[in-house]
Ligand binder design. Structure first.
Ligand SMILES: [Zn+2]
Length: 304
């Protein structure tokens, strides 16, 4: 598994180290040290963005999985474990997204752990590798791909922050309400943009199984994905089937994701005769630094 991971990661280790120090190092405030204030630790950059929108300027929110890293294969650093131990509130997605390190979180946490997917009605994961311990799990954990699940999660976060700081509950609720209005506006805009696409442009072939909610929400079809699980290499048979399906469907492109190696995607694209487009999924970047930006960036990528 270790060699498979290192092949799939495209973010250089040195970059991850820089992010790790920036996000989790001793220089950042709110890590539970005396006088450091309350610390909120969010699973990935997307959940951290939700929490910051709800918290406003009241609380320090740090990110457990550095921006640009793949959540499915992420391993905690010593600094990450220290941040977990110092956090008053840890917000996880659940549903298997953090399965590579969730036990370490539970073992080291001293504060409250909130798991957003526990309160959500999730769709089954598309993958069928039920007997594989590295499978995504029974349900699709990519909750941010569905604005309705995002809105429910933001409300959940507001409740968790209010339990931590009852005196600021009104502020958190007002911040959440304002942010939910922005999510609804984004949802309408993305829906209108994608509604204009031709049927062949509505077909998604991606690296991993991350887009089920997005496709359901906006009338797209997930034709297939290159890997069954984000930490595995695809079989030759799977690649051959995917190439055949792309040709037969008339799909206009295959989509790679920034946090994964593009080699297999490039191979499928070349043999199927379609271009490769970059489609964000599980993390933010300087090009789409917020959740709202991420959703717009996905709509733009699919629109060509
Ligand atoms: Zn994913």
């Amino acid at each position: 598994m270790v060699s498979s991971r290192s092949r799939l990661l495209t973010v250089p280790a040195t970059l991850l180290l820089v992010f790790g120090i920036t996000l989790l190092g001793p220089a950042c405030s709110g890590t539970g040290e005396p006088g450091g204030g309350t610390s909120v630790l969010a699973s990935n950059a997307i959940v951290a963005d939700w929490a910051r929108n709800v918290a406003g300027d009241s609380l320090e929110v740090d990110t457990l999985i550095p921006q640009g890293a793949d959540p499915h294969t992420f391993q905690l650093s010593p600094a990450g474990i220290r941040a977990i131990a110092g956090a008053d509130l840890i917000i996880l997605v659940g549903a298997g997204l953090e399965s590579s390190f969730k036990d370490t979180v539970v073992e080291n946490a001293k504060g409250t752990i909130v798991t957003l997917s526990d309160d959500l009605v999730l769709a089954p994961a598309t993958g069928d590798a039920e007997d594989d311990e590295h499978a995504h799990g029974e349900f699709d954990p990519h909750i941010w791909m569905d604005p309705d699940l995002a809105i429910q999660s933001v409300t959940h976060i507001a409740g968790a922050l209010s339990a931590l700081h009852p005196g600021e509950a009104e502020t958190f609720d007002a911040n959440a309400a304002a942010y939910i209005t922005q999510i609804r506006t984004m949802d309408e805009s993305v829906a209108a943009q994608l509604a204009a696409l031709a049927p062949a442009e509505r077909i998604l072939v991606t690296f991993h199984d991350a887009y089920g909610y997005f496709a359901d929400q906006y009338g797209l079809t997930v034709l297939g994905f290159v890997v069954e699980n984000a930490d595995e290499e695809p079989s030759a048979a799977r690649v051959a089937t995917l190439i055949r399906d792309i040709r037969e469907s008339g799909a206009v492109a295959i989509y790679r994701e920034p946090q994964f190696n593009a080699r297999v995607v490039d191979q499928v694209a070349a043999e199927a005769g379609v271009p490769v487009r970059l489609l964000p999924s599980d993390t933010l970047s300087p090009a789409y630094p917020t959740y709202l930006d991420l959703m717009h960036a996905m709509a733009d990528a699919i629109s060509g």
